[in-house]
Design a binder for this molecule. Structure first.
Ligand code: 13P
Length: 366
């Protein structure tokens, strides 16, 4: 009986994981914690309230045609407990729109004792019960983010080990609960380090993470990896070309990510939306036939930023904001397929069916 249950569970995890990266689609991260969301809202003088967060997330989820490019959306605890205007819970609304609901389950990166300047992500205590609750609310995957800053002597061995262990413990608990873990070890862009240093650090982190995933018996077929792209530090004087970034990133991943993992989805880390699309596209154009996993996206800022700027708290701007969101998601889908170019970027046209949806959403008023 237990064996049978586990087999069904494993099959479901694998099916969900594959669906998350199928048909050129990728994930949309709308899981900013209250503090992060407030920071982004403050930039545009948007009220920093739970209701404003709800209105903004409703705008996103209601974007007509979003599921053409987005397979799954990562929610934050506040949002998964909120409802759309029509009283539908957010997770249910996503499912109705053909999008798989996910949930951020870590409790944030905190200062690590005895490791000045480094962080360890918290949230393992009580996680089993929280995952059960999220699963009952409709979540089918979960996300946990660890961060690594490149600096003088960092990231340290101790910091990488502690975070990799926590990621693996989280991933094991997710699979037990029937949720696909999205394992996110993020090497930050801040600093003047070179592309080579980022590559070396990212490889060291990924190798450690996969060693821990193995020792915690995580099934690689039922998980998704969410890494950073391999980039020169933001203040490094030498900024490599798109093709050089693509080569460094894919090379690093090929050396450290097992072929059994169905999908690798990048975080944007604050890269401008177009640049993130260009870089993802180059990786798929140059390497598609040699990749053992789908190479896709799980962007937050790179998809949302134009929409947030247009909306900036004004409900009269919902439709143009949704169009901007739809457009960035469409560009990223093209990049996953290796079909992104200047024509796709310039094409802000929407299909006839979407036009109908927009009108319906707007109650016939444009
Ligand atoms: P960004 O794409 O804005 O980095 O967000 C992705 C994410 O989910 C970070 O945890």
């Amino acid at each position: 009986m237990e064996m049978e249950r586990r087999k069904v569970n494993t099959q479901t995890l694998e099916t969900t994981a594959r669906l998350m990266v199928a048909n050129g689609k990728g994930l949309l991260a709308i899981d900013e914690s209250t503090g992060t969301c407030n920071k982004r809202f403050a930039k545009w003088a948007i009220p920093q309230t739970a209701e404003a967060h709800r209105l903004y997330r409703e705008l996103i989820v209601n974007t007509p045609g979003l599921s053409e490019s987005i397979s799954g959306a990562i929610l934050y605890d506040e949002t998964i407990r909120q409802e759309m205007d029509d009283r539908t819970p957010f997770a249910t609304a996503l499912v109705a729109r053909g999008i798989i609901p996910g949930i951020k389950v870590d409790l944030g990166a905190k200062e690590m004792a005895a490791f000045p300047g480094e962080k360890v992500t918290e949230g393992l205590d009580g996680l089993r019960a929280r995952l059960t609750e999220y699963e009952q609310m409709g979540a089918r995957f979960a996300k946990w983010r660890a961060v690594f800053a490149i600096g003088d002597g960092t990231p340290s061995h101790g910091c990488i080990e502690a975070n990799a262990h926590a990621l693996a413990r989280y991933a094991g608990l997710c699979q037990e609960a029937g949720l696909v873990p999205v394992v996110e070890p993020e090497v930050l862009m801040e600093g003047d380090h070179t592309l080579d240093v980022c590559s070396e650090v990212t490889e060291r982190v990924l190798r450690t993470v996969f060693r821990e995933l193995y020792s915690q018996r995580v099934k690689l077929e039922g998980m998704i990896l969410k890494p950073n792209m391999v980039l020169p530090g933001l203040t490094c004087l030498q900024q490599e070309s798109v093709d050089q970034v693509a080569d460094a990133t894919v090379g690093c991943l090929l050396r450290s990510v097992p072929a059994a993992v169905p999908g690798v989805v990048f975080l944007s880390g604050g890269q401008p939306g177009e640049l993130a699309s260009v870089r993802l596209n180059a990786m798929n154009v140059r390497y598609r036939s040699r990749l053992p996993w789908e190479l896709s996206f799980s962007f937050g800022r790179a998809i949302q930023e134009p929409a947030l700027e247009i909306w900036h708290g004004n409900q009269a701007k919902v439709i143009p904001a949704q169009k901007a969101l739809y457009h960035r998601a469409k560009c990223d889908r093209a990049a996953h397929r290796g079909e992104y170019n200047a024509t796709v970027e310039a094409d802000h046209e929407i299909s006839v069916q979407d036009e109908v949806n927009y009108l319906a959403c707007a109650g016939g008023v444009r």
